[in-house]
Design a protein around this ligand. Structure first.
Ligand code: CAA
Length: 248
């Protein structure tokens, strides 16, 4: 059988890079998308790093917040690489601010990249998965969509919305072999988390029973598990990976 094709939005990001590497090593042909403005200012360096690590990733530009951009990117990928079997909606940004200072721009950018993106990409890929009788959609949400986070009304709302999407579309896909699941990482050692003010970050780490941040590879491991053929009966689920920070 030819290689399964996995598309990872925000592939060059902190968690995205680990997902691309893990899926590639597990035998997938991995395609990453990114929007240079938000997600990958150092794209050339990232491509070089992946190449040096022996990981073959194809990169396409797509603004995940824009439906037409996603439609065109998906058409291009499917004609040049092949039909997408696994979609990992991983693109995400933060624009943290307390609500009383949050601007409409901070709200709209986060909702666009973190939540509209899930519709924009899945809407363009899901029908093909259904027609072919196989698909895996994996939405990378966050602990903060589960519990809410001070200073993240925009991000918490978007991340909670991702799982609502998961639960709805899971029911539409399962009879056609398409599963849709959410992963909710806690605080992971990435540039996004390193941007948090040091004293605030230390307070957060003190609330993690594991006593540390997650490694990106610990998230990628669960992506690979959900993407596998054997996970075909898991759908509409949320998997928390947070070192015990939020248990319910
Ligand atoms: N709960 C209750 N009160 C809090 C609080 C909390 N968690 N955090 C801060 N406060 C209080 C402060 O003590 C302060 O009180 P006083 O005015 O009485 O002194 C007040 O709220 C204002 O707090 P800040 O000084 O922090 O306000 P700021 O405007 O300077 O900064 C902020 C706001 C940028 C949102 C900052 O609080 C912050 O960075 N918070 C962390 C946000 C966060 O967790 N982001 C995660 C990014 S990574 C990610 O999102 C990945 C993922 O999926 C996990």
């Amino acid at each position: 059988m030819s290689k399964r094709i996995a598309l990872v939005t925000g592939g060059p990001g902190g968690i995205g890079s680990a997902i691309c590497t893990t899926l590639s090593r597990k035998g997938y042909q991995v395609v990453a998308t990114c929007a240079p403005v938000f997600e990958c200012p150092n794209l050339d360096q990232w491509k070089q790093d992946m190449h040096d690590a022996g990981v073959d990733i194809k990169v396409y530009e797509a603004d995940v917040a824009d439906f037409e951009s996603c439609k065109q990117a998906v058409e291009k990928i499917e004609s040049e690489v092949g039909p997408i079997d696994v979609l990992v909606n991983c693109a995400g940004i933060t624009r943290d601010s307390v609500l009383k200072k949050m601007t409409p721009q901070q709200w709209n950018e986060v909702l666009g990249v973190n939540l509209d993106s899930v519709f924009n990409m899945t809407r363009n890929i899901f029908p093909g998965m259904v027609d072919r009788g196989f698909g895996r959609v994996i939405n990378i949400s966050s602990i903060n969509g589960r519990k809410g986070q001070f200073g993240q009304a925009n991000y918490s709302a978007a991340k909670a919305g991702m799982h609502g999407f998961t639960m709805a579309v899971a029911q539409e896909g399962i009879r056609k072999g398409v599963t849709v699941n959410t992963i909710s990482p806690g605080y992971v050692a990435t540039e996004m988390v390193k941007k948090i003010r040091e004293e605030v970050l230390q307070t957060i780490i003190a609330q993690i029973p594991a006593g540390r941040l997650a490694e990106p590879s610990e998230i990628a491991h669960v992506v690979a598990f959900l993407a596998s053929e054997e996970s075909g009966f898991i759908t509409g689920a949320n998997i928390d990976i947070n070192g015990g920070q939020f248990i319910h």
